[in-house]
Design a protein around this ligand. Structure first.
Ligand code: GDP
Ligand code: MG
Length: 333
């Protein structure tokens, strides 16, 4: 079923409530404006996107923010850090935060990642809980209980509805409504940008009245260097199989902007000598491929010519060393 036919079949259920909400919001707004000599009311808040790996959280955030902020691939655990994406209009500032997927903490790095997820439930103004339409049940009981108890409004997004038919979707909507009765449920397709603008309206309605937290022209809280390392990491994920990508960390050693070119030196850290060999490849071919693909994307990101120098270093214990995890931003300093 195409997203469009879904819209035609379901207008009443998923859109009515929203229109009423908006109508109310407008009335409140007009009243407020009259009382305050037409001063504009501003709403801002933190909206945290959580859900299992690979459900489409980063795809959604990129659509919402309109920039390729989070790297997206079909492999799980692509997103290791919490990344903010900021959406501004005259009356709203929505600070989205894309979290790593919910996983078991097998390594110390994962413990840090789960810390991000848990705090994402408590420090939000609105929680966007994303599930995949084919997901059978919620995997993490501890997180589900936190979600059931929280006072923070939850919008539950059933993503990838482009992949299934309508009867199946109804079943799913009922299932999730039973598990999280307070949540507002929206079937969406992040990839095809279907129903995403309705979600945005719902979020705006739920935001508290508040002045902006960040400059209104700011898109993210992360430094430019961070995006360079994420782009390189994305190319590693796409280019190598098995455990290689998960054993790598990318550190930007030098970032020098000149009038016509940006010069970047990055080191890829791996855990074992054998991985270093695989990364570099025969006569350096594999590393060169990663470097070229990454350079092209970095040039697009900065809209400028880039000279990228990549090398590989063995660093046996980066995933389990607290100092190093702090340095890479996985644990609080
Ligand atoms: P995350 O791990 O939750 O951040 O998931 P990503 O955003 O990285 O997406 C994982 C994969 O799902 C990517 O291959 C996306 O293209 C794909 N994906 C995301 N949204 C949709 C959708 O609405 N429909 C379909 N069919 N695929 C999607
Ligand atoms: Mg992600």
């Amino acid at each position: 079923m195409s997203p469009m036919s879904y819209q035609l079949l379901y207008p009443a259920i998923y859109f009515n409530e929203l229109f009423f909400l908006n109508a109310d919001a407008n009335i409140i707004f007009c009243f407020f404006a009259a009382q305050n000599n037409c001063k504009i009311m501003h709403k801002s808040g933190f909206v945290n996107i959580i859900g299992s790996p690979n459900v489409g959280k980063s795809t959604l955030m990129n659509i919402l923010v309109g920039e390729r902020l989070s790297i997206i691939t079909s492999k799980a655990q692509t997103t290791r850090h919490r990344i903010l994406g900021i959406v501004n209009d005259e009356e709203h500032q929505i600070v989205f935060s894309d979290t790593p997927g919910i996983v078991d903490p097998a390594y110390k790095m994962h413990e840090g990642m789960m810390g991000f997820v848990k705090s994402a439930i408590t420090d939000a103004d609105v929680i966007l809980l994303m599930v995949e339409v084919k997901e059978r049940q919620f995997k993490d009981q501890e997180i589900l209980e936190k979600l059931q108890k929280t006072e923070v409004p939850i919008i539950l997004l059933i993503n990838k509805i482009d992949e299934i038919d309508q009867t199946f979707l109804e079943e799913k909507v009922n299932y999730w409504k039973e598990i999280l009765p307070k949540a507002k449920v929206y079937p969406i397709s992040a990839l095809h940008d279907f129903n995403v603008d309705q979600v945005l309206l719902e979020i705006k309605a739920l935001l508290p009245e508040c002045p902006p937290f960040y400059d209104k022209d700011q898109l993210t809280d992360k430094p430019e260097k961070f995006f360079v390392s994420e782009i390189i990491r994305e190319k590693i994920l796409l280019n190598y199989k098995k455990e290689i990508p998960y054993s790598c960390e990318v550190e930007i050693e030098a970032f020098k902007e000149e009038p016509k070119i940006i010069r970047i030196r990055a080191v890829i850290m791996v855990i074992r000598d054998s991985q270093k060999g695989i990364l570099i490849g025969h006569q350096g071919k594999e590393l060169k491929k990663v470097g070229t693909l990454a350079r092209k994307d970095i040039e697009k990101f900065f809209d400028k010519k880039v000279f990228l120098e990549l090398y590989v270093k063995v660093n046996k214990d980066w995933r389990n060393s607290e100092d190093q995890l702090k340095r890479f931003g996985y644990l609080n300093k």
